[in-house]
Every structure is written in C-alpha cells, then in structure tokens.
Design a protein around this ligand. Structure first.
Ligand SMILES: [Zn+2]
Length: 141
C-alpha cells in the first residue's frame, strides 16, 4: 500500500525533528521531569512539524519505557498510539468539528479512564475551534 512521503518519513522521536530544537528540547525536558501542561498549542506555517511534535509528545507521555523524554517506539503504548489502536489519543479535525456539540460528543465518547496514562486530543487546525468549544474541551476559560 502506498504511504505518502510525509508519513513515511515523519520523525518518530524529538531528536529526529530538525530546526525546532527550541520546541523539542522544551518538550523533552518537561517529559523527563514530569512537568507537563494540560494543553499545548503548536503554531506555525505548513510543514514546520506541528503534527509531528504532537504525535511524538502523545507517544512520549504514554511510553512505558521513555528515555531522556523520548518515546521508545517499541512498547505496547507507543505501537498502539502509532497504529491508532489506543483510544487515549483521539485526533480531532477542528476544521469540521469546531462547535460545542462536537466537543461534548467527543467527551462523551471518550473512555472514563485512561488506558495508557495520559489522554491526548491533537486538534488539527485548532484555531478554527469556536470560543465555547475551546472552553468545553478545556483549552480556554
Ligand atoms: Zn514506548
């Protein structure tokens, strides 16, 4: 099966991301010291690594054997998140799911207990989430 180049060559750990050391070093240190924030906003133009960093962060915080803030990419959590088999990481298309009702439905569908450790909702085009939806999802007050 054909795999798009950006997926085939997407970095799988922070040290493979180039040109974003200020972001990857900060995230790695936070994971290493257990000082995570409840929300992260990745902002930048197309192709700067926003989705890549969010996906690495999702694996790193749930990894069963992280090293230096990096995901191992081998444990059940890393493999499950990468394959989409772990429901603790639900990608949200914010361009078409930007209303309060969408967020409420998403929260109701989410499992009450996290399986891997942390539950993450990477929201593509998060700037299109409505004000009330941002409050409902917990990224604004
Ligand atoms: Zn792992």
């Amino acid at each position: 099966m054909y795999k798009a180049l950006y997926r085939k060559y997407r970095p799988r750990c922070f040290s493979d991301v180039t040109g974003q050391e200020h972001v990857t070093d900060t995230l790695r240190r936070q994971i290493e010291h257990g000082r995570l924030s409840h929300a992260y906003l990745f902002v930048g133009t197309r192709g700067t690594g926003k989705t890549t960093c969010a996906k690495i962060l999702a694996r790193a915080v749930n990894c069963q054997a992280p090293e230096g803030g990096e995901p191992c990419n081998k444990c059940a959590s890393c493999v499950g998140i990468e394959s989409g088999g772990i429901l603790d990481v639900l990608e949200l298309d914010a361009a078409s799911n930007n209303g309060v009702d969408n967020v409420r439905a998403l929260r109701e569908e989410a499992l009450p207990e996290s399986l891997a450790g942390f539950r993450l909702l990477p929201a593509e085009l998060g700037d299109q989430i409505g004000d009330y939806a941002a409050v409902a999802i917990g990224i604004s007050s």
